[in-house]
Design a protein around this ligand. Structure first.
Ligand SMILES: Cc1cc2nc3c(=O)[nH]c(=O)nc-3n(C[C@H](O)[C@H](O)[C@H](O)COP(=O)(O)O)c2cc1C
Length: 192
């Protein structure tokens, strides 16, 4: 299937992070909807030096992102925005983002990560991406996900799966539409 390689970017590098639980649920759901998800973990020792601008680590990041049909960022909210190291990772590459769709999934305290999601839209527009309108948001994920990334309450799981079905439908449309568009007309910035 064309347009199905989705790089899932984790937003947290914190020890004991909730990110793994939420991202593993997201990756399983994307696979169930026919995508080929690949986890990109900024805490991976090969990628962590991106945080201090290490050129080799940035090359590795570029290789992991290159040729993706789209991205899904799974981010917590830290002080009403995305975590700083996620911003650094986003800022570290350019053309890999261009003309790609980005889906945004947030979690956190009472906000469910919604303010981090909206903060990311502004940044990602500058990088020539299209952010998917539909999102998923999880308040207090520590009460909802087990350590294997399963949502424990059946009603909660059914509601999240319903939201994911809409999200996946939109992501599919944008990955395919932008893949067709890039094939028809390579995306070049006039100022580069
Ligand atoms: C520095 C910091 C700031 C936070 N700020 C917010 C916030 O503004 N709004 C919110 O809803 N939750 C906030 N939280 C709660 C986190 O979103 C929540 O603990 C989440 O699980 C963190 O993700 P992680 O465990 O994957 O690192 C904050 C947590 C930290 C560590």
């Amino acid at each position: 299937m064309s347009g199905n390689r989705i790089v899932v970017i984790l937003g947290s590098i914190r020890d004991g992070r909730m990110n793994d639980r939420v991202a593993s649920w997201v990756a399983a759901q994307l696979a169930a909807h026919g995508f080929a998800p690949e986890i990109l973990d900024p805490a991976d020792p090969e990628l962590l030096p991106v945080q201090i601008g290490d050129p080799q680590a940035i090359d590795r990041l570029r290789q992991r992102m290159e040729g993706a049909d789209g991205f899904v960022i799974v981010t917590p909210e830290y002080n009403h925005a995305e975590p700083g190291h996620l911003k650094t990772l986003i800022d570290s590459v350019t053309a890999e983002w261009w003309a790609r769709p980005v889906g945004l999934i947030g979690y956190g305290g009472i906000s469910g990560g919604l303010r981090a999601i909206e903060a990311l839209r502004v940044i990602l527009a500058e990088l020539h991406t299209v952010t998917i309108r539909d999102t998923l948001s999880f308040a207090s994920p520590w009460r909802r996900f087990d350590e294997d990334g399963r949502i424990t309450d059946p009603d909660d799981a059914a509601a999240a799966e319903g939201a994911m079905a809409v999200f996946a439908h939109r992501l599919r449309w944008w990955t395919e539409a932008l893949a067709d568009a890039r094939r028809a007309r390579p995306y070049d910035r006039e100022d580069e």
